[in-house]
Design a protein around this ligand. Structure first.
Ligand code: NAG
Ligand code: NAG
Length: 260
């Protein structure tokens, strides 16, 4: 049985350098008004990661986006979020980040608990239908294998496309045990905090890691996971791994609302 219990944030709490979505199609931001492009201005302000709007001062993303390879946290002020635009570099509004809070149990090497809350310097202007607060799957939410769900992200769906626009693609939740067994090949532990997503033994349609971490997977307009990483791009053997939001929703709300 599927239990769709989405946590609704109150009003107060309430973009491409690489291919992110494979086999999908370009989409208008109005279909995913909570989507944000996160850009590291320290290296030319490219699309670096994705995220979603949590409130007028907070966004949700993947913790792994904000650490250098040797484990140092980037300076928050070198990051900005563009919201309300279908494109990485134009339209909408951009907001500078002032605080990055990674989940305290996040580990860069295992990618477990790969989730982070960002706070903005100034208030994000919420515009119905264009810039909205995301609904985040709460504690009781579960999703069964073989459900078709959507992934979004900035970046090309094909190598020949310009990489500017938001894309989406539909694929499936993959059985946890099957996913874990596949990842044993490369000695990677798939934990219960991860949702495996893709087209098993088909590939082609799905998520790619580079520039795509932090972007959401979505069911019925609610965010159920945040892309963590994938071994290969839309691989037929390895599903992509997403941090399940439901175990973290209380931490997400508390961190987004914190008075710091
Ligand atoms: C998205 O939809 C809005 C509202 O219909 C429209 O004004 C805008 O031009 C569209 N943008 C793109 C990139 O198609
Ligand atoms: C970011 O937003 C500021 C003001 O909100 C604007 O002046 C600036 O041009 C924007 N930068 C980009 C790259 O869109």
């Amino acid at each position: 049985m599927k239990v769709y219990t989405f946590l609704l944030f109150s009003c107060f709490i309430a973009y491409g350098k690489a291919q992110y979505i494979a086999g999908g199609e370009a989409v208008n931001i109005t279909e995913y008004p909570y989507a944000a492009s996160l850009q590291y201005t320290g290296s030319g302000a490219d699309q670096t990661c994705g995220g979603v709007v949590l409130s007028a001062t907070a966004l949700l993303s993947a913790a792994s986006c904000f650490y250098t390879a040797n484990g140092a946290l980037y300076n928050p002020g070198d990051w900005r979020a563009r919201v309300g635009s279908s494109f990485v570099s134009t339209d909408g509004r951009n907001y500078t980040i002032r605080l990055i809070t990674a989940h305290p149990d996040f580990e860069l090497t295992t990618r477990d608990n790969n989730i982070a809350v960002l706070r903005t310097v100034s208030f994000i202007e919420l515009v119905p239908g264009l810039v909205e607060v995301a609904r985040i799957a709460g504690g009781a939410f579960t999703i069964a294998p073989r459900n078709s769900i959507s992934a979004i992200g900035w970046g090309a769906a094909k190598a020949s496309e310009p990489t500017e626009q938001l894309h989406h693609v539909s694929a499936f939740v993959i059985d946890q045990e099957t996913c874990a067994v596949r990842y044993q090949d490369i000695n990677f532990a798939v934990t219960d905090n991860m949702i495996c997503f893709g087209w098993l033994d088909v590939g082609v349609f799905g998520q790619c890691s580079e520039g795509g971490a932090g972007s959401p997977i979505v069911v019925n307009g609610g965010v159920v996971g945040i892309h963590s990483w994938s071994n290969e791009c839309a691989s037929l053997r390895y599903p992509s791994l997403n941090t399940r939001t439901s175990p973290y929703w209380k931490w997400i709300v508390d961190t987004a609302n914190a008075g710091n």
